[in-house]
Write a protein that binds this ligand. Structure first.
Ligand SMILES: Cc1cc2nc3c(=O)[nH]c(=O)nc-3n(C[C@H](O)[C@H](O)[C@H](O)COP(=O)(O)O)c2cc1C
Length: 207
């Protein structure tokens, strides 16, 4: 393939941190990525609780609500149903090579670590693992139980990147948006997406 595959799978699950997921979606669309968005039922509850955004249950209606919320173009956003097994993300023959689960709940972490593939979100992650693509899991829980740690270790050994939703403070954040951008910047860096959300370590300090 001569041009890079600017397609990515983004999954929102029911961990706290809906603003990370929303901001990441916004940045990926702004970077001209085609985004396949998977939203768990619990993610909808968290989105309503943390952001006041009540997404309709159908994929098309959810997409329309997100386009309105973000003021983005509808062209490159595809919201997939929980059991849309004919979605490209369900097969190694068509799935994007990159997937981010952000935020990632302990429940989804466990399901992916054990290959359950019981819904499209879990199946998409399983596909990226088997195809040796890039899987980023932005896990949010505190404290971590031994089971959580074992599941993270298992996935890390399989090649997934575990990125706990743990923003730093050394960029002197002044708002929640600054903290969200810190995490989203690290995620975009790992995906190879150009970003200028946060000053880079060592540059501003030396001025
Ligand atoms: C407001 C809210 C916040 C939650 N925060 C977390 C969290 O930070 N981490 C976590 O693992 N689960 C959290 N949960 C619980 C999960 O949503 C729950 O375990 C759910 O079954 C996860 O399902 P999913 O992985 O399919 O999205 C939260 C639930 C709600 C309603």
């Amino acid at each position: 393939m001569s041009s890079p595959d600017k397609r990515i799978t983004l999954a929102w699950t029911g961990a706290s941190g809906a603003p990370y997921g929303l901001r990441l979606l916004e940045c990926l669309l702004a970077a001209d990525y085609h985004v396949y968005l998977l939203i768990s039922s619990a993610a909808r509850v968290v989105l309503a609780t943390e952001h006041g955004l009540k997404l309709p249950s159908g994929p098309d209606a959810a997409k329309a609500a997100l386009v309105k919320q973000l003021g983005c173009s509808a062209d490159k956003l595809e919201v997939c149903g929980k059991e849309d097994w004919f979605s490209p993300v369900a097969s190694g023959s068509a799935a994007p090579k990159q997937m981010v689960v952000c935020p990632c709940s302990a429940g989804t972490l466990a399901s992916v670590a054990h290959g359950l593939s019981d819904n499209l979100l879990e199946r998409a992650a399983d596909v990226v693992l088997k195809e040796r693509g890039q899987l980023l899991m932005v896990v949010r829980e505190t404290p971590f139980s031994t089971l959580h740690l074992e599941n993270m270790l298992k996935l890390s050994k399989m090649g997934a990147t575990i990125m706990p939703a743990a923003p730093g403070f050394y960029h002197q954040p002044e708002s929640i948006e600054d903290l969200v951008d810190f995490m989203v910047a690290r995620i975009l860096d790992h995906l190879g997406v150009e970003q200028g959300l946060v000053p880079r370590w060592g540059y501003d300090q030396r001025k």
